[in-house]
Write a protein that binds this ligand. Structure first.
Ligand code: AMP
Length: 386
């Protein structure tokens, strides 16, 4: 077994453990297997997107710490694709193998309040917020921030994933119920110009690489389309990248981290949230860049040099949600007939509305054309005439 504090590179041929078993782990496993690594995954689920392409799929609750220790003792390094694993799970894994990024990063980023406190103490620009612990506290926070505002559960792990946009005082009660009547964060509502994100990676020696800024459009709170590069001023991109660099340094990340931003009407940037792993807005890198965000996570976790991030062509990524299955199986043949569009499906067995089932990446000479191609291919998948 490798020493848990080992700083030796984990070389191809070794086994890597992934906590979590969704599409991020699947794409990580594809990148890792391509480079000759073996992949073990642990999650409470069976026949999972990651498990389908991993060498070993372990089906155990995250709270089963003996199973977690056994899983970690059979691999050379543990990483995660799902940041809401309990802190005790990461700690148990760390008894038996290095965990990268380390558990303290999970601890900060799996709780909105801790994350926002960390950002504001670090002097980084964050959406104005207040901690809320009761209805009376909510009323006070709303007086301070003004309405509209968004109430979000502090704990990302809360099943309801509750968020409520409050536009007037009569909605306090309903908002409080939506977040489960427990610790929450009230955020000022930002009337932003657009949303962007920066996916970047940091190695053990502090080396830093990034994929520039990606422009993100959401629908019903879920990422719908990403456009890379983002169509914003280059000064905005430079600032976003410098903020991302600062976040990774201050959190001492060894791995990949995504910073999501609101771009205000006056060009100011506010951090919305952090994800300490590859991110949906970086999926285009799988097809469009010399080194994908998933290979970068692998390289960082294995203490290998980070890879070249050169992007071959502008790209746009369109998510495929379970809604696309409403009228039966999508028309795959039509969807893949659009030149320079790549289809990714995650192997999920049950399509449900809002569930991320796959995505399309379009590459083109311009970001606008890539966006049009991604949209066109997605429409062609749909059996509803659009
Ligand atoms: P979240 O899960 O917190 O990232 O929120 C999902 C999406 O909801 C964001 O990407 C935004 O489109 C929107 N949103 C969240 N918070 C705010 C806010 N404070 N002001 C405006 N829009 C927001």
């Amino acid at each position: 077994m490798r020493g848990v504090g080992s700083r030796d590179p984990v070389l191809p041929g070794s086994a890597i453990g992934v906590l979590g078993s969704g599409q991020l782990g699947r794409m990580f496993a594809i990148a890792a297997r391509r480079m000759g690594y073996r992949v073990h995954t642990l999650s409470p689920d069976e026949d999972t997107p990651t498990g389908q392409v991993a060498d070993v799929e372990i089906n155990a609750p995250y709270e089963d710490l003996d199973a977690v220790r056994k899983f970690a003792s059979e691999v050379s390094v543990v990483t995660f694709e799902f940041e809401n694993v309990p802190a005790a799970t990461a700690a148990a894994a760390a008894e038996c193998a290095p965990v990268r990024p380390s558990g303290h990063i999970l601890h900060t980023t799996q709780h909105r309040l801790r994350e926002k406190n960390f950002l504001s103490r670090a002097g980084l620009p964050v959406t104005p917020f207040r901690r809320v612990e009761s209805i009376a506290g909510l009323e006070q926070a709303a007086r301070e921030l003004g309405l509209p505002a968004i109430l979000k559960s502090a704990d990302f792990g809360y099943d309801g994933k509750g968020q409520f946009r409050i536009t007037n005082e009569s909605e306090f009660e309903a908002a409080w119920q939506t977040v489960g009547g427990r610790e929450a964060v009230l955020e000022a509502f930002i009337n932003f110009e657009c949303e962007i994100s920066v996916v970047s990676a940091r190695g053990m020696q502090g080396e830093f690489v990034h994929y520039g800024a990606t422009e993100n459009r959401h629908r019903n709170g879920i990422l719908d389309i990403s456009i890379a590069p983002a169509r914003v001023e280059s000064a905005v991109v430079r600032e976003a990248v410098e903020i991302a660099r600062s976040v990774l340094e201050k959190l001492d990340v060894v791995g990949v981290l995504c910073v999501e931003f609101f771009v205000c009407k006056d060009g100011r940037l506010l951090i919305n949230e952090l994800a300490p792993r590859p991110h949906n807005s970086g999926h285009f890198t799988f097809d469009a860049n010399l080194t994908s965000q998933f290979e970068q996570q692998l390289r960082a976790a294995c203490l290998l040099p980070l890879g070249d991030v050169t992007q071959f062509r502008p790209a746009a990524m369109a998510n495929l949600l379970g809604d696309l299955w409403a009228d039966g199986e999508p028309d795959w043949a039509a969807g893949v007939s659009v030149a320079d569009v790549k289809l990714h499906l995650y192997g999920k067995l049950t399509p449900r509305p809002g569930r991320k089932m796959g995505h399309l990446t379009a590459l083109s000479g311009t970001a606008e054309q890539a966006l049009a191609d991604a949209n066109r291919a997605r429409c062609m998948l749909s059996r509803i005439a659009s």
